[in-house]
Design a protein around this ligand. Sequence first.
Ligand SMILES: [Zn+2]
Length: 200
Amino acid sequence: MRCLLPGAHLRTCLMLILWRTLRGPLLLLFLLAAACALLPLRSLAQYLATGSTGGGGCPETGVYHPENPFTSWPIAGGDWNHVTADYCDPAYLQQFGVIHRGIDLGYPLGTPVIAAGDAVVTRAEPLHPQRGNNVKACATNGWCALYMHLDQILVTVGQPLPVGLTLGTVGNTGNSTGPHLHFEVRDAGDSPVDPGPSLP
Ligand SMILES: [Zn+2]
């Protein structure tokens, strides 16, 4: 590109040279900006789909783990009709502003709560501010089940808890807005897992 003529033509010519020099880096900048704009959009889409932004939030929902030993409903005759809040329920997040890491089962006060799988009681804790009266029971493979907001605790730490054995009763203790059981499953690394796919 040569700019021989003076005046307006020279200005146009110089701008043309400038443009030709800069369009490469400008295109790169534009692509970078587009990528930056798309990343939060992807996070937003993930948030809307799972109620989580990932990274310590809500691990994947609906994933079946064959090593999960808690494969029975923690209430006799339990079923999905009694689930009032599912794992990572978006409605729960919207209402309470926290990720729901278990499933809630709505049953009347005093309904027996039974072990969802063979385990040993590792925690029988009264009146925790959030969990209320709660029981934690762990299987030999390190997976644990948590039963929260109980009215009564009927087991003690160290006690074997075979599947189906009554461990307490449905209550409204701790951070609870009505009688229900919060049932939670954690893997051997103490990360919450969706209990749903393992339930009948
Ligand atoms: Zn809950």
